[in-house]
Design a binder for this molecule. Structure first.
Ligand code: GLY
Length: 263
């Protein structure tokens, strides 16, 4: 079973009411708290439908973006790496996540360099390598530190680039199976997915690129029929989850969970 698409566990965190003050590139309106919760409930129910154990952590009002737990850690089969988010208002979220990872993993290490910044949204784990996109949130020092930390676990890191103006590397791509990637063409044009099978995001549906393969399902944001049909035609079992409110904060399917099978 592929460790990059099949998981026994996920960690999520309930949205704080303070999410209305969350970071966003462009203000497209105030997120509706009830709708966020209803979308989040559907997301968690879908993860659970696969038989996975899903931890729901309580809301953290001090951290408006803390529903986006993916940015706080990288979870690998051998252990977890606690990140150092590059957004100053998000830095403290990582320490809030660390004890929950220690409860499930025997090995938890941390990015500690004061000049190192790295967020989980910039990291795509595949069976053969870990791709990390340099971005406004993830810098060379953070990538170098991650590379050193995961080498003893047998993982290699390849630095790539998050497109300008795009929040995270995985805003624009997802792993669908051991060697198939769903990507926007603005990202795949860089050549970073050479050696992988590619499924292109149809023009105009770029916001659908952030999906997750979680066991038998591909969870994707609702409202992107061309992408849905392309994934279905390729043989994937798609589940559409409402994401209108998290999208106002540049968040998507991957941002809402840490997915792993702890040792
Ligand atoms: N609103 C999510 C982020 O900017 O990190």
């Amino acid at each position: 079973m592929s460790f990059s698409t099949h998981f026994t566990h996920a960690i999520t965190r309930r949205s704080a009411a303070s999410i209305i003050k969350g970071l966003r590139a462009v203000d497209t309106g105030t997120p509706d708290l009830a709708l966020i919760q209803s979308h989040h409930d559907a997301y968690i129910a879908t993860l659970r439908e696969t038989g996975a154990t899903v931890v729901e952590l309580p809301a953290l009002e001090a951290f408006p973006d803390s529903v986006f737990v993916e940015d706080t850690a990288l979870c690998l089969p051998q252990g977890a790496v606690v990140m150092r988010p590059g957004a100053p208002t998000r830095l403290g979220e990582a320490a809030e996540m660390a004890p929950h990872l220690r409860a499930l993993y025997t090995q938890v290490v941390e990015i500690t360099g004061t000049d190192s910044f790295i967020e989980g949204g910039d990291i795509l784990v595949t069976e053969k390598e870990i791709l990390v996109g340099r971005s406004a949130r993830t810098n060379a020092a953070g990538i170098a530190e991650l590379t050193r930390l995961v080498a003893p676990w047998g993982h290699t890191v390849r630095e790539v680039h998050t497109p300008p103006g795009v929040l995270h590397f995985k805003t624009d791509c997802s792993l669908l199976d051991a060697d198939t990637v769903l990507s926007t063409t603005r990202l795949s044009a860089s050549g970073c997915f050479k050696g992988y099978k590619l499924i292109d995001i149809p023009d105009g549906e770029e916001a659908a690129a952030n999906t997750i393969r979680f066991n038998e399902f591909v969870l994707m944001p609702a409202g992107f029929p061309k992408t849905r049909d392309r994934l279905t035609a390729a043989g994937f079992t798609v589940r559409e989850i409402g994401n209108t409110e998290c999208a106002k904060l540049d968040g998507g399917m991957s941002c809402l969970s840490l997915r792993f099978s702890p040792k």
